[in-house]
Design a protein around this ligand. Structure first.
Ligand SMILES: NC(=O)c1ccc[n+]([C@@H]2O[C@H](COP(=O)([O-])OP(=O)(O)OC[C@H]3O[C@@H](n4cnc5c(N)ncnc54)[C@H](O)[C@@H]3O)[C@@H](O)[C@H]2O)c1
Length: 283
């Protein structure tokens, strides 16, 4: 526990972090936030090309503490080898589980209606392969890397030390409001597996947190609302109406929440879920 100033509570100088999905829209923002407050950040993703782009876009002083790690979270051997290699180099203080399959509305969904129409995300037309792929990444992938990293964290310090943050979603707390996709040029439904896996991760968060009672290992969830990513204006208007803030989030607005959860600023918090959603779930 830090005894310095309040600002010192957020200081991650000397800490080593893994951010899975570190090439993603929010994943890169989480990684950047941790770099900003001093951590060494391993951006883990299966998309090597996008990882290179993300690291190349960093200012020189931050890039020196940023590392690209190509890994497929659904491959047990790959995950074990990746974590073992990192552990040989030193501690692992922070794990941010951000990688996910998150089918996003972009106006290009396959259209149709009725049970034989093309897949548009609706339950009745949803292929079991997509369901399985989502569970494989969003739940099994999180399980695999958390298991490996916790084996390392529990050897650190006298009673184990480390912080895990699982990325959930408003859609794991309440059902998707399918009305906001009504303006799509072709029908789009937010698939059920997204809600199922994000709700499941909340259970995972509480269960893993409870295993580490009386220790220095904390496990929390962060549930963001929708971040603006050049969506079309009709969608932005429909989304914004469902919030109290009256707008979508700027991805940068999640930097404070991740810095809080990964640092000593949240030292008395474990097994909890931090909701940052512009008031969506308060209505
Ligand atoms: N973007 C939002 O508006 C929003 C809102 C609420 C919650 N979330 C959650 O926040 C997290 C981050 O969202 P995002 O916008 O960065 O998502 P994203 O889709 O932009 O990025 C996900 C990343 O995960 C990686 N990935 C997928 N499968 C992988 C695998 N098997 N192994 C390794 N990497 C893999 C992808 O390559 C990608 O870079 C997700 O868990 C998402 O569900 C996002």
């Amino acid at each position: 526990m830090s005894s310095g100033s309040t600002a010192d509570l957020f200081d991650l100088t000397g800490r080593r972090a893994i951010v899975t999905g570190g090439a993603g829209l929010l994943g890169r923002v989480f990684a950047r936030a941790l770099l900003d407050v001093g951590a060494e950040v391993h951006h883990l993703d299966r998309d090597e090309g996008r990882l290179e782009e993300v690291l190349a876009a960093l200012p020189d002083d931050l890039r020196r503490r940023a590392v690209a790690v190509r890994c497929d979270l659904t491959d047990e051997d790959d995950v074990e080898a990746t974590v073992a290699a990192l552990a040989r180099q030193g501690r692992i203080d922070i794990l941010v589980n951000s990688a996910a399959i998150d089918p996003k509305f972009d106006g290009t969904a396959a259209g149709g209606a009725g049970p034989d129409a093309p897949d548009d995300g609706h339950l009745t037309r949803y292929p079991v392969d997509r369901w399985r792929q989502s569970l494989e990444v969003n739940l099994t992938g999180v399980f695999l890397i958390t298991r490996s990293v916790c084996r390392v964290m529990q050897t650190q310090g006298e009673r184990g030390e480390g912080t895990v943050v699982n990325l959930c979603s408003t859609y794991g707390l309440v059902g998707p409001d399918q009305r906001i996709y009504d303006g799509a040029p072709t029908p789009f439904f937010k698939p059920v597996d997204y809600s199922v896996t994000k709700a499941g991760l909340l259970g995972f968060t509480r269960a893993v947190a409870s295993l580490y009672r009386d220790s220095g290992i904390r496990v929390n969830a962060l549930s963001p609302g929708g971040a603006f990513d050049d969506h079309d204006p009709a969608f932005v208007a429909a989304y914004s109406y469902r919030t109290i803030t009256g707008r979508m989030a700027d991805p940068d607005e999640y930097r404070g929440a991740i810095a809080f959860l990964c640092s000593d600023a949240s030292s008395y918090m474990t097994g909890a879920n931090l909701v940052v959603d512009g008031g969506w779930t308060a209505l």
